[in-house]
Design a protein around this ligand. Structure first.
Ligand SMILES: O=C(O)C1=C[C@@H](OP(=O)(O)O)[C@@H](O)[C@H](O)C1
Ligand SMILES: C=C(OP(=O)(O)O)C(=O)O
Length: 434
């Protein structure tokens, strides 16, 4: 699909935030790891959440779903002896299930996105699984990956946290099910640390005990525990909504996004404060974010590691700010669906933005007068690149054509529909997908 994004003066209206991707993957997983039947209300519907549905079903969970709610009969620590799993392009799903697969005799995770997930590194998790007595075959730390497990061991386990927090989360999900007690130590820095809070939150909701140090670098986990079946409710998604809020923030608009919990462990909740710091008039009451957009934003300096999946949308807003913005501590954006520093900035430059990269920083010299646009954008298989360039297109002089925009469905299939309902000038051209 091509998205033809045209200059749009004003966005107006109210939308319901999509359901959280990261809570959905977690609740589906712990529902599958439970003995008994759990329910999940308002699970997300997207390629990534569908990948989790597909894989836990293949592993033996029984799922039923209506409009609002899904029930999951879990397999506990006894997944079915499946030979192959297809996680699509979902990093979190792959990494979480690599540990679960260690209960199986032999599972291969196939490589369906060689130019996206197929390029992402998993060595740190592979190292940890080996410490647990699991044999892992891989191609240079990347997909396809075959896990030969059976009886993973607990004990002392180390995991590096400087590429992705998903490796640690993955171990935290399975360690309580092991025969032995475990002690997990995080080596190096722990990136995307806030999201580990979501992992610990959902694990505790399922009645599991994990003792975590205050800095989240050290864990004691009693073995032989069981996930209890529970009833979970998925909250609204901040990372996806960040793009809607930024689009509203840079246009002359009046937009409300409902279902964004004020008390949330999603790090990307911080985008509300980031936009406010840029001068956007924004209130957040009763789980409703109300944005009154402005044509005059101001630049700022932000630690992007606190709102990892919201950085690209905030960079897109900074493109129109007065002054130079700096997003630092974002090196691990290089290991996502694409290199979200080099690849993303290349597309922004095409649109006419003035941006610079450092190894772990994005620097934006804002252009309050707008950017020319009038070019075609490569999506790099990345939903967040698509969402961010759409924001830029809305405030460009000549608009932008975003190629392969269907990849937005990785997390937010209704993104363009939501923008259209707010009055955005966007034309969607269906073409043969490749
Ligand atoms: O645990 C999770 O569900 C996720 C962790 C983050 O990844 P990193 O820890 O690799 O930054 C985030 O970017 C991703 O979208 C989802
Ligand atoms: C990086 C992301 O997801 P994942 O790592 O799960 O592929 C994302 O949603 O932006």
């Amino acid at each position: 699909m091509k998205a033809i994004v045209k200059p749009t003066q004003r966005l107006e209206g109210t939308i319901n935030a999509l359901s959280s991707k990261n809570y959905t993957t977690r609740y589906l997983l712990i529902g599958a790891l439970a003995d008994g039947t759990s329910t999940v209300r308002y699970p997300a519907h997207s390629e990534d959440s569908d990948a989790m549905r597909r894989c836990i079903r293949d592993l033996g969970a029984v799922l039923e779903e209506d409009e609002e709610q899904m029930t999951i009969r879990g397999f506990g620590r006894h997944p079915r002896d499946v030979k192959e799993l297809d996680v699509g392009n979902a990093g979190a799903v792959l990494r979480f299930l690599m540990s679960v697969a260690s209960f199986c005799p032999e599972v291969t995770f196939i490589n369906r996105y060689p130019d996206s997930l197929g390029k992402r590194p998993h060595d740190d998790l592979i190292d940890s699984l080996r410490q647990m007595g699991v044999e892992v075959e891989h191609r240079d730390g990347k997909l396809p990956i075959t896990i030969r497990g059976g009886k993973p061991r607990g004990g002392k386990i180390t995991v590096s946290g400087n590429v992705s927090s998903q490796f640690l989360s993955s171990l935290l999900f399975v360690a309580p099910l092991l025969e032995e007690d475990s002690e997990i130590t995080v080596l190096h820095d722990l990136k995307s640390k806030v999201i580990v809070g979501q992992t610990l939150e959902v694990i505790a909701q399922a009645g599991i005990t994990i003792e975590a140090s205050e800095d989240l670098m050290h864990y004691r986990i009693p073995g032989r525990q069981q996930y209890k079946p529970q009833n979970y409710v998925v909250q609204g998604d901040y990372p996806g909504s960040a793009a809607i809020l930024a689009a509203a923030g840079v246009t002359n608009s009046d937009v409300r996004v409902l279902r964004l919990a004020e008390q949330s462990r999603q790090g990307e909740r911080a985008v509300v404060d980031v936009l406010r710091a840029m001068g956007v008039d924004l209130t957040h009451d009763n789980d409703v974010v109300h944005v009154k957009g402005t044509q005059s934003l101001k630049a700022g300096e932000f630690d992007g590691d606190h709102f990892t999946d919201g950085v690209l949308a905030m960079v897109a807003a900074a493109v129109f700010a007065e002054g130079t913005s700096r997003f630092y501590n974002v090196e691990n954006l290089r290991y996502k669906e694409c290199d979200r520093i080099t690849d993303f900035l290349a597309e922004l430059r095409k649109a006419g933005a003035e941006v610079e990269e450092r190894q772990s920083e994005i620097i934006v010299h804002g252009r309050p007068q707008g950017v020319p646009g009038g070019v075609e954008i490569n999506a790099h298989y990345d939903h967040r690149v698509i969402m961010a360039l759409t924001i830029v297109g809305l405030r460009s002089d000549k608009g932008l054509i975003i190629n392969d925009a269907h990849h937005v469905a990785k997390s937010y299939p209704q993104y363009f529909d939501h923008l259209l309902s707010l009055g955005a000038q966007i034309e969607l051209l269906q073409e043969e997908e490749h």
